[in-house]
Design a protein. Structure first.
Length: 335
């Protein structure tokens, strides 16, 4: 993955207003997306996610700030420059947006027709794209004959028709069942790795972020409240929105606020080892688990746990030392 910013968003703002209401959808948003990465933007409904992704390709025009694509401000481009830049940005929508009266092949061919590609080359390109998304045998089918997952694959093939440098995915899996969602995410990951296409993925589902994203920005109330690698944001979540989305354990032992506790953050490989059982065996200290959760992030297991702090000071030191030696983060709470 390159560290060169492909997209830079600088102090972006967007306000929707009429005679009676004024809604700040985006407030001073600053972030960057690097080439060949999968960048997730996550937040609850109304956080500003879809507005942000529509500002990236100027389907919505912000009120202030900059959207730089390879250093060029999209907001200052004339019509010709904007159209050229948009051809480098494929867009995938939640509801697929297919032309129902056209076959699968005709849907994928549509942007090639607009671009004026010769008919023979367009037909060849359609077959290539359907091969990428695994729908070679559906070229003459109509969207109504396809499942939701197959329709989204057609939409992805169509978005790839212009050989874009980036795919903008607006809730691309939220209308799909869990199994189909997994197959679409695997396809997007394969496209990213095999074709080197940057992906910006909008979602309200943290499971999507955990599975395929390299970095993530958490939006809340139109503002970026956390940003970084998925690992960093999960392990060091500070915002209330991040804690809600990731299901992070509270800093205090909520079930028993009067009980001194040790908050343990597991990292990737460590979470797959039987550390707690070894802790009891090797320190001879009985461990009382107050609460715990585990999550999959980027193919690894992460978790957090609250255990009751041993009353004996030497036992506490032995427990903390053992956990620290295992590479875990340990913090005392409710002391």
């Amino acid at each position: 993955m390159s560290t060169t910013p492909l997209i830079e968003i600088v102090k972006l703002s967007k306000v929707f207003s009429d005679a009676e209401n004024r809604v700040v959808a985006l407030n001073d948003i600053t972030l960057s997306v690097h080439e060949k990465e999968i960048y997730g933007i996550v937040g609850m409904s109304g956080a500003g996610k879809s507005t942000l992704i529509r500002c990236i390709n100027r389907l919505d025009t912000p009120n202030g700030g900059q959207v730089l694509y390879r250093g060029q401000d999209i907001l200052r481009m004339d019509r010709r420059q904007l159209l050229q830049t948009r051809r480098k940005m494929g867009m995938i929508f939640q509801q697929f947006n297919l032309l129902m009266q056209r076959t699968v092949g005709q849907n994928v061919r549509y942007p090639l027709e607009i671009a004026g590609l010769p008919h023979a080359r367009a037909n060849e390109r359609v077959k290539e794209l359907l091969d990428i998304v695994g729908l070679q045998d559906k070229i003459n089918a109509y969207p109504a004959q396809l499942s939701g997952g197959q329709r989204q694959r057609v939409a992805i093939a169509r978005a790839l028709a212009s050989s874009p440098e980036v795919l903008l995915c607006d809730e691309a899996t939220s209308a799909l069942d869990p199994l189909t969602t997994q197959s679409i995410l695997t396809l997007l990951q394969d496209i990213n790795r095999r074709l080197g296409i940057t992906i910006v993925l909008i979602t309200h589902e943290m499971a999507v972020i955990r599975q395929i994203c390299d970095r993530v920005a958490i939006l809340d109330g139109g503002e970026v409240v956390e940003e970084g690698t998925v690992d960093e944001v999960f392990v060091h979540t500070k915002s209330e929105a991040g804690k809600r989305l990731f299901g992070v354990l509270p800093e205090e032992a909520r079930d028993d606020p009067d009980t001194p506790a040790l908050r343990i953050v597991f990292d990737g490989a460590a979470a797959e080892r039987p550390i707690i059982s070894r802790l009891s065996q090797e320190t001879n200290v009985a461990v009382n688990i107050l609460s715990a959760n585990m999550n999959h992030l980027a193919g690894k297991m992460y978790g957090q746990m609250l255990i009751q702090t041993p009353h004996d000071e030497q036992e506490k030191e032995a427990v903390v030392q053992f956990l620290t030696d295992q590479g875990l983060t340990v913090k005392e709470v409710n002391t």
